[in-house]
Design a protein around this ligand. Structure first.
Ligand SMILES: Nc1ncnc2c1ncn2[C@@H]1O[C@H](COP(=O)(O)OP(=O)(O)OP(=O)(O)O)[C@@H](O)[C@H]1O
Ligand SMILES: [Mg+2]
Length: 501
């Protein structure tokens, strides 16, 4: 196996924190279809949401799993009645066509002026803060994603899960909790789903009830609508973190120990081929993003993703994204096509956001043919399961190769499997750094370099555990580390692992 072309100094600093992209600022969309028939130009407004909530304060940074039951302040029925009155008067007054020409700030100003006027004319008694809250709610309904807006504005939320108009859950600090966010009805929710997916030129309705999309801020969205979703439109949003977690953050959260993070740094710098394995939402993409921090600035990196989530800091990066089929079912570009095309683009490293199909074969081939330091993530519950999933992806991809040949390929290309997990207390941890050693008969031999062991549970239900070394003096990637002048660092990291054990 080739060890790459350059000898790295090995101590390149981690890249600076990624620049924060702009907060989700949905553009005014006058043409979004309305659920309830209203005069033509008024379609964009939808209708007032009865439970549009006020802004909630984000709680402390993760991983402290603070149960925060009341996410959004309850409002009185009278508030909703007032809102409906003001909203309807606004819709009668405002020209939505013109509003759509304005930028977000000016549109807001315009709405503010009219709302204040309506409140005065209708003699509504409200405090300044109530008035501000009302204005926020109304702007969210007219310009944005309605009741979702306060949730989208919170950076501490990882996922938003809307199960029909009345039920919305969020994930904060690894814990899923119910909120009191409500939509007026399923029609309003569907309307908002449609508004979201139409921004990326897609459509969701009874005829095409499943849709993947992205918010303007990069958040990943999935919509499944009735009749497939029995209890109403179901919307799942993986919030895009403006400030991606860095390896230091993972160390601070206890997701990995200091010597463990040093081993990850050496794995990244010495261009090991890495698979990151884990369950849904276990932190695979975050970890992959951290590992890409160790890529040298002069390397040509190509990333392939279903929905661009990675934020590489290097200057020479080409980002590719798959394309779902259009309404007629044509035009799809699969991950396999992207990975295959990558190979014609003179990549030095290939990064695959998520390997889930026959592209596994092309990734292994790339890893095997001089693109050392390639990486990908996949869904599996252990390093061994990750490798057998790769094998079955290749088998199911229609490659008629004997199992042994596939295993030889796996052993010849993947150096390390890193296993991420979300534990039952909500914390996310790296629980294995495992080497692929070779084939013994027909069995792939694996060797853990580091494992996480749970020792118990504290009074608050938080799991107590430790990252421990397994006594390996010379992992298989030792030679690789030596090639990159990192063997002393590796020896020191392995020693500290043992001391911690
Ligand atoms: N070690 C960690 N500690 C705390 N939060 C984390 C950690 N790793 C990831 N997260 C957060 O968890 C959420 C899910 O992370 P991520 O997208 O990396 O998971 P994933 O395994 O790639 O999910 P999926 O299977 O849906 O692709 C994100 O909001 C991320 O910021
Ligand atoms: Mg992911």
């Amino acid at each position: 196996m080739s060890f790459g072309k350059r000898v790295s100094g090995g101590n390149a600093p981690a890249p600076a924190r990624p620049a924060a992209p702009a907060a989700p600022k949905p553009k005014v969309k006058a043409a979004a279809p309305a659920a309830t028939p209203r005069p033509a130009q008024k379609a964009a407004a939808g209708a007032p949401a009865p439970a549009a909530p006020a802004k909630a304060k984000p709680p402390a940074a993760p991983p402290a799993p603070v149960a925060e039951e009341i996410v959004i302040k309850e409002k009185s029925e009278q508030y909703y009645a007032t809102k409906t009155t003001v909203f309807n008067a606004l819709i009668d007054t405002i020209d939505l066509g013109q509003l759509a020409q304005l930028d977000q700030e000016s549109a807001r100003e315009e709405i503010r002026d009219i709302v204040v006027e309506i409140i005065t004319i209708k003699n509504v008694v409200m405090s300044i803060s109530e008035q501000e809250g009302l204005l926020d709610d109304i702007c969210n309904d007219v310009l944005g994603y309605g009741p979702l807006e306060p949730l989208l504005a919170r950076d501490d939320i990882a996922d938003i899960m809307v199960n029909g108009a009345d039920t919305t859950y969020i994930e904060v600090n690894g814990k899923i909790q119910r909120t009191n966010v409500r939509f007026r009805d399923n029609a309003q929710l569907m309307n908002i789903c449609q508004r979201i997916v139409s921004q990326v030129g897609r459509r969701v309705d009874e005829a095409s009830p499943i849709c993947d999309a992205r918010l303007l801020d990069g958040s990943r969205v999935n919509v499944i609508a009735p009749p497939l979703a029995i209890d109403g439109p179901t919307l799942t949003i993986r919030k895009f973190k403006k400030d991606k977690l860095r390896l230091e953050d993972l160390v601070n959260f206890g997701s990995i120990s200091v010597p463990g993070s040093e081993i990850l740094r050496i794995i990244g710098h010495s261009r090991c081929n890495v698979l990151i394995s884990g369950g849904t939402g276990s932190g695979k993409t975050t970890l992959l993003n951290c590992l890409t921090g160790f890529i040298e600035p002069d390397e040509r990196v190509i990333t392939c993703e279903d929905s661009a989530e990675l934020q590489l800091q290097q200057p020479h990066v080409v980002r590719l994204e798959t394309r779902p089929p259009n309404i007629e079912g044509s035009g799809e570009i699969t991950m396999r096509e992207l990975v295959k095309n990558c190979l014609r683009m003179r990549p030095e490293r290939i990064i695959v956001g998520e390997v889930r199909g026959p592209e596994a074969f092309d990734l292994l081939q790339a890893m095997n043919t001089g693109h050392d330091g390639s990486m990908g993530t996949l869904h599996a519950n252990s390093p061994r399961e990750a490798l057998s999933r790769v094998e079955s992806m290749i088998t199911m991809g229609g490659f008629s190769l004997p199992a042994r040949t596939i295993r030889e390929m796996i052993v010849g290309s993947i150096d390390v499997v890193i296993q991420a997990t979300r534990l039952r207390d909500g914390s996310r941890r790296i629980i294995n750094i495992t080497e692929v050693m070779g084939l013994e008969g027909d069995t792939i031999v694996l060797q853990d370099v580091l494992t996480y062991e749970i020792d118990g549970e504290d009074a608050d239900g938080k799991l107590i555990g430790q990252h421990r070394g397994t006594g390996i003096g010379r992992p298989r990637f030792w030679e690789r580390a030596r090639y990159y002048n990192l063997e002393h660092d590796l020896a020191a990291a392995l020693d500290s692992l043992e001391e911690a054990a």
